[in-house]
Design a protein around this ligand. Structure first.
Ligand SMILES: Nc1ncnc2c1ncn2[C@@H]1O[C@H](COP(=O)(O)OP(=O)(O)OP(=O)(O)O)[C@@H](O)[C@H]1O
Ligand SMILES: [Mg+2]
Length: 309
């Protein structure tokens, strides 16, 4: 089984990070009522998990009947959404449990019209908690935002991720194969930009493939380091590896992150290190408007040009 699902928190206390949300959530449970929620932030930080945890806390055994999830994999046209929610809200729950939950997961995929149509539905539905999740709050209608308590789910700090990963590894009966696994796990976590889902998947893939976590990390950064070294020596061969990553679908953001880690590992003089870091930063910034292939070529030319000055 996928470890991300196996270790998906089922209680508020099991959610890591997100302190403000957890503190308020405990209070809502204590008081027996809660507001509509908008949870936004980068992937893999616990938004969908938090929605399920809250629904479970309030509904207990009635989760199956009183909880409706509308997610990105479903048809989210205006009429369908309105009809689905209407049917759910007007059906009396078998258990007699009054409160209902509607989760609108990854709402940025829903049309603006469909979002706007929801505002009346939200107002009219008494005894219903709406939980909206998304990666970017800009994708959400202001009218919906103002009908919810807003929480940003932040990138999870490295230390708490490492602590939880160690627990998962030991619970599954694996040995990290290393004297100081924290150090190695930190490197994996740093590669994942605060996305804990990805960190768990990377560790599971690595352990299942039989590779030692350490080898796995070294294998990835080693290629980046040799590409950079070759570019710094004015050799365009260094571009082949980076270009290949783009062709395989790796994101510019990920590449920037690994390049940065490699620069920090390499033995370079201060001005070269500074130039590399500045160029990596500029590449990430430019990635909003420039296509990945062109951007990689630009990056390589900047690094090569510098050395020839
Ligand atoms: N804060 C967290 N505490 C504990 N586990 C977490 C946390 N965030 C993510 N996870 C792990 O990652 C998995 C995915 O989390 P979840 O689906 O809640 O992410 P998400 O924020 O909804 O991401 P997306 O924006 O991609 O939908 C969970 O099953 C869990 O294993
Ligand atoms: Mg989600």
């Amino acid at each position: 089984m996928n470890w991300t699902e196996e270790f998906r928190p089922t209680k508020i206390s099991e959610i890591i990070g997100q302190h403000k949300f957890k503190e308020d959530a405990e209070n809502w449970v204590r008081r027996g009522k809660m507001p509509n929620l908008l949870l936004y932030g980068i992937p893999g930080t616990g938004k969908t998990t938090a929605a399920y945890v809250m629904a479970r806390e309030f509904l207990q055994d009635d989760l199956a009947t009183n909880f409706l999830e509308i997610n990105a994999s479903q048809d989210r046209k205006l009429e369908t959404v309105r009809e689905t929610i209407y049917n759910f809200l007007t059906t009396r729950s078998v258990s007699g449990q009054k409160l209902k939950f509607v989760l609108l997961d990854e709402i940025e995929g829903m049309t603006r019209d469909a979002q706007r149509a929801l505002k009346r539905t939200m107002e009219r539905a008494t005894n219903t908690v709406f939980i909206i999740t998304c990666n970017d709050a800009y994708g959400v209608e202001d009218a919906l935002k103002s009908r919810c308590a807003n929480y940003v789910f932040e990138a999870l700090p490295t230390s708490v991720q490492v602590e939880r990963l160690l627990k998962i590894i030991y619970e599954k009966g694996y040995d990290s194969g290393h004297d100081s696994p924290e150090e190695i796990l930190s490197k994996i976590v740093e590669n994942c930009n605060g996305d804990f889902r990805r960190a768990i998947n990377e560790v599971q893939a690595c352990i299942f493939s039989g590779a030692k976590v350490e080898d796995f990390i070294n294998a990835t950064t080693k290629h980046y380091e040799s590409s950079l070294a070759s570019l710094l020596a004015g050799n365009s061969e260094g571009m082949t590896y980076l270009d290949g990553l783009i062709r395989k679908g790796q994101s510019v953001k990920d590449i920037c992150n690994k390049l940065l880690q490699s620069v920090m590992n390499m033995d370079l003089n201060t001005s070269t290190k500074f130039m590399c870091i500045a160029t990596i930063g500029e590449m990430e910034w430019r990635s909003r408007s420039v296509s990945p292939k062109v951007l990689i070529a630009w990056f390589c030319s900047q690094i090569m040009k510098h050395e020839r000055k």
